[in-house]
Design a protein around this ligand. Sequence first.
Ligand SMILES: [Zn+2]
Length: 205
Amino acid sequence: MSDAILDAPVLVLNKSFYPIHVTTVRRAFAMLFKGVAKAVGPDYTLFSIDSWLELRVAADEIGIRTVNRVIKVPQVILLVSYDRIPKREVRFSRYNIFLRDNNTCQYCGRKLPRKELTIDHVIPRSRGGKTVWENVVTACVECNSRKGNRTPEEAGMKLIRKPYKPSYLNFLKNFTKNNIREEWKQFLNFIDAAYWNVELENDNK
Ligand SMILES: [Zn+2]
C-alpha cells in the first residue's frame, strides 16, 4: 500500500456534520473499522465500514489496493456519537509543524515531500532553545545541516517567516486553502461561507 495515500488528509465531522478535525486516511480507516466513525458520501449519505467496502472505485479515483480488491478512499468521515466541538488547539506534532509551514523549508523556500523535511530548532536546544511552536520550523536536510548548532543570524540564514503557534480555525482554513478538496467544501462552508469563498477564489487566481 502506498504511504502517500494512507497519509492523505481526511476531514472529520462531529455527529452534527460540523468539521472539527483533519486526520489521515490511515486513522480514518481505524475509526471506521472500530465503528466510531462512518464515511460520508457526497450527498451526506453515511456508510458503515461494511457498506463502504462494497463501493466501487471509479476509474479516475485513487483506491487502496489490497490482495483481492481496491478500496475507495474516504474524504470525509463523521464521528457517530460525538456531538461536541472540541477545544480548538492544534496538536504540537511533527506533522502539524510541516502543515503549518506548508511542507516548505523555512530557510530556502523549497517545498518538499514530508520524508525529506526535518524540524529545526531556531535557537538550538543546546543553547536553551525550547521545543515549542515559536522555536521550531520546517527545514530541508541541507539547510538544517548547514545551520548546525547556530542561530540563523550566526549562520547567515534568514527565516522566511517567524514561527508561530497556529490557531485551530486558521489552521484548518489555511490547510484547506492549500489542499482544496471538492468533497470538503460543503462542510467547511458550513462554518463561515463568506470567508471560505474569498479564500478559495483568491487561491484560484
Ligand atoms: Zn532548505
